[in-house]
Design a protein around this ligand. Structure first.
Ligand SMILES: C[S@@+](CC[C@H](N)C(=O)[O-])C[C@H]1O[C@@H](n2cnc3c(N)ncnc32)[C@H](O)[C@@H]1O
Length: 273
C-alpha cells in the first residue's frame, strides 16, 4: 500500500487508540470480540519518503497487535487478490490468532455477514479509497447493533463529482447513481440552490454550496437519522499537507447499551489527538 500523507498516520492513530481503549473497556465482559477491516490493504504502508522504502504499520497489523485484551477474531476483507495474498502471509506469521482473510468485495461481504450478535461485539473500520461504501451497507451494519464503526467519508472524491455551477442534472447518470448509492437517496441534491445571478450573466439553473461542509452535514444527518443516539456528532477532518479536505472521519456506536462508553472513548480521542 502507498502512503497517502500525514493524514494516513492520523486516521491510523485514532483507530489504534480506539481499539486499545475499546478492548480494555470490554475486558471483563462476557462478549467475544471481533475486528473487521473491510478495506484492509496489505497490512503495511510504504512511506516512500526516502530511497530505501520504509513501512508504516497499516490497520490490520495494528489490530493484531492490540494486546491487553486481544480480539477473538479478526476479519480482513480485501478485493484485490495480490493484496489479499499479502494478508495471508501476515496471517501466517500469527498462527495462534483467529484471523480470517476474505478476498471479497466489502459491501457484499458486510451485507451477508452472519454472526451471533448476542455474544459478539466488535469494531469495524471502513477505509475506502473513495466512494465505495454504499448506504445499503451502512444500513446492514446498523441492523447488527454490535459493531462500533469508524467511517472515512470521502469528501474530496465526492466534491470532484459535483459541479459547482449548473444543475445537479448535469452530472452523468452514472455519477448521479453512485452518489445516490452513497447517500442512500437523493439528499446530495440539497447542496444545490437557485443561482442568484441567474439571468444576469445567462447562468443556468443552480449553484452548489462551496466547500465540503454541506456534504458532511447531509451525510451526518443521514447517519443521525439511521443510528439515532449511537451516532457521534464529533468527527475529524483529514486534510492533505496543503490543507485541502480529503475525508471526514466519523463514528457510530454499535449497541445502544454501549453508547456511553463508546462515545466517551471516541470523543476523548478525537478531542485530544
Ligand atoms: C485505503 S486502502 C486500505 C488501507 C488499510 N486500511 C491500511 O491501513 O493499511 C483501501 C483498500 O481497499 C481495497 N478496496 C477497494 N475497493 C474495495 C472493495 N469494494 N471491497 C474490498 N476492498 C476494496 C483496495 O484494494 C485497498 O487495498
Amino acid at each position: 500500500m502507498d502512503f497517502g500523507g500525514p493524514w494516513t498516520q492520523e486516521k491510523l492513530e485514532i483507530l489504534e487508540h480506539y481499539l486499545d481503549a475499546y478492548t480494555t473497556a470490554l475486558k471483563n465482559k462476557s462478549f467475544k470480540l471481533l475486528y473487521i477491516d473491510a478495506f484492509a490493504g496489505t497490512g503495511q504502508i510504504e512511506t516512500q519518503e526516502r530511497e530505501t522504502a520504509e513501512f508504516l504499520a497499516g490497520s490490520p497489523v495494528r489490530a493484531i497487535a492490540v494486546g491487553n485484551k486481544p480480539f477473538d477474531e479478526l476479519i480482513f476483507v480485501e478485493k484485490q487478490a495480490a493484496r489479499a495474498a499479502e494478508l495471508q502471509r501476515l496471517r501466517d506469521k500469527h498462527p495462534h490468532r483467529n484471523i480470517r482473510i476474505e478476498n471479497a468485495e466489502a459491501n457484499g461481504f458486510l451485507l451477508n455477514l452472519r454472526k451471533d450478535w448476542q455474544t459478539w461485539r466488535g469494531v469495524l473500520f471502513l477505509d475506502p479509497f473513495a466512494t465505495e461504501v454504499r448506504w445499503s451497507t451502512i444500513q446492514a451494519i446498523e441492523s447488527y447493533k454490535a459493531l462500533d464503526t469508524w467511517i472515512l467519508f470521502p469528501v474530496s472524491a465526492i466534491a470532484r463529482m459535483l459541479p459547482t455551477s449548473r444543475t445537479p442534472d448535469d452530472i452523468s447518470r452514472q455519477w448521479a447513481q453512485r452518489l445516490t448509492d452513497v447517500f442512500g437517496g437523493e439528499s446530495w441534491r440539497e447542496l444545490y440552490r437557485e443561482n442568484p445571478q441567474r439571468g444576469l450573466f445567462g447562468d443556468p439553473g443552480s449553484v452548489r454550496e462551496k466547500g465540503v461542509d454541506g456534504l458532511v452535514r447531509i451525510y451526518k444527518s443521514n447517519l443521525q437519522e439511521l443510528f439515532g443516539d449511537r451516532f457521534l456528532g464529533n468527527s475529524r477532518r483529514l486534510t492533505s499537507s496543503t490543507g485541502s479536505p480529503l475525508f471526514e472521519f466519523m463514528f457510530c456506536a454499535g449497541n445502544p447499551r454501549g453508547i456511553n462508553v463508546a462515545h466517551r472513548i471516541a470523543s476523548h480521542i478525537l478531542d485530544r489527538m
